[in-house]
Design a protein. Structure first.
Length: 377
């Protein structure tokens, strides 16, 4: 749910001429703050490249907040080429110096396998260490690990307790997680009304996941009659989430443009949004972007690029973080037909099985109808 990135907790930061003068004079804190203004568009036009340059200067003077922000930029490819390994190095250097925020970010990297091999046990330890210091993001993430049973035995009630502790900070962390618990009825009695209330509170605090979640409610009508089905309102919420560079929001906004739901159909805008989220490592967006390179939506066909995108998405994301099932299914088809790669029936069967294991309906049908199943390579 949560993505490492520019968490807008620095509410007192605001662009000013005085801040610019201090940054120009080499003040490391001013350089960090001015970079934050550029990254978030606080009082000035958003410009990640300017932000990164300022954070580079501030980080060189050992400003921990700037180093974390710089690491997030490398992780997400904002203002610089995406480089998860560089992000890991910066977060690790900060954590070694005692920075608690960096511990949370290291937990994220290990939980997602970004820049390092996925390791839930190590992620849990980083979150636990930060949570013991009262860090609200860590409390929320630790709660999610108990909720999902990652690196620890599943315990939804303990997860809810940790979410509530995170919420006590007043910063908004934990609200969305608790909203999910009420929506799914895990650890608490199911209540869509309470879930909507929590997502609305989180959205008001600027939580991009909550904004995306509200957009989904409006798009699907699943929270009706509390929230009526309305694609135009869904478009507004997805836009708010996307403005904060949340990949879930960006991808969902692109789909609305692709389908013409709540907004006029625009294949080029959809392409640009899919590409943006794809470059940030979002598996569903990579899969959707690959569809363009198959020659759909009037785009020039490039099977090699489509194969590359499917290959990356097949290894990340998904319901259990074991790869995006649609990408795995499409990769199976690519190996079977030799689209962007050489024909390889063994690998085709392997990826078909991986997609089926995650419940992909078409993959399951094809496996059932197969008269000559292959063993995993």
């Amino acid at each position: 749910m949560w993505e490492s990135g520019f968490i807008q907790t620095e509410k007192d930061i605001c662009f000013s001429d005085d801040l610019s003068r201090k940054a120009a004079a080499g003040d490391p804190e001013a350089e960090f703050q001015l970079g934050f203004c550029y990254a978030c568009g606080f009082g000035i036009e958003k410009n990640y490249k300017e932000a990164v340059e300022l954070w580079e200067k501030s980080s060189a003077q050992k400003n921990a907040k700037a180093r974390n922000a710089l690491a997030s930029a490398y992780l997400r490819g904002l203002g610089v080429s995406r480089n998860p390994q560089k992000a890991f190095t910066l977060f690790y250097e900060n954590s070694a110096a005692g920075n608690v925020d960096a511990l949370v970010d290291l937990g994220f990297l290990f939980s997602r396998g970004r820049g390092v091999p996925r390791d839930y046990a190590r992620a849990y330890q980083f979150y636990k260490k930060a949570a013991e210091q009262g860090e609200p993001r860590a409390l929320a993430q630790l709660g999610y690990f108990y909720y999902a049973g990652r690196g620890i035995s599943q315990d939804a009630k303990k997860a809810v307790d940790l979410y509530r502790k995170a919420i006590e900070s007043g910063q908004g962390f934990g609200l969305s997680y608790l909203g999910v618990a009420y929506d799914e009825g895990q650890g608490v009695e199911k209540s869509v009304e309470k879930a909507v209330e929590l997502f609305q509170k989180a959205a008001e605090k600027g939580d991009p996941f909550a904004q995306w979640k509200l957009g989904n409610f409006y798009l699907s009508g699943s929270a009706s009659p509390i929230l009526p089905k309305d694609a135009k309102i869904a478009f507004q919420w997805f836009s708010k989430s996307a403005e904060q560079d949340n990949t879930l929001g960006i991808n969902s906004l692109a789909i609305l443009y692709l389908k013409g739901e709540g907004v006029e159909k625009d294949y080029e805008k959809a392409f640009a949004l899919f590409k943006k989220a794809s470059e940030m490592g979002h598996a569903p967006a990579q899969t959707n972007l690959a569809g363009y390179y198959l020659g759909n939506y009037g785009h020039e066909k490039n099977l090699n690029e489509a194969f590359k995108l499917y290959s990356e998405a097949a290894l990340s994301g998904g319901p259990s973080d074991t790869g995006w099932p649609e990408a795995q299914y499409q990769l199976a088809k690519a190996y079977k037909k030799g689209m962007g790669t050489e024909i390889n029936q063994d690998l085709s069967m392997y990826w078909l099985q991986q997609a089926a294991l995650q419940g992909h309906s078409e993959a399951k049908k094809e496996l059932q109808s197969s008269t000559n199943p292959q063993q995993n390579p």
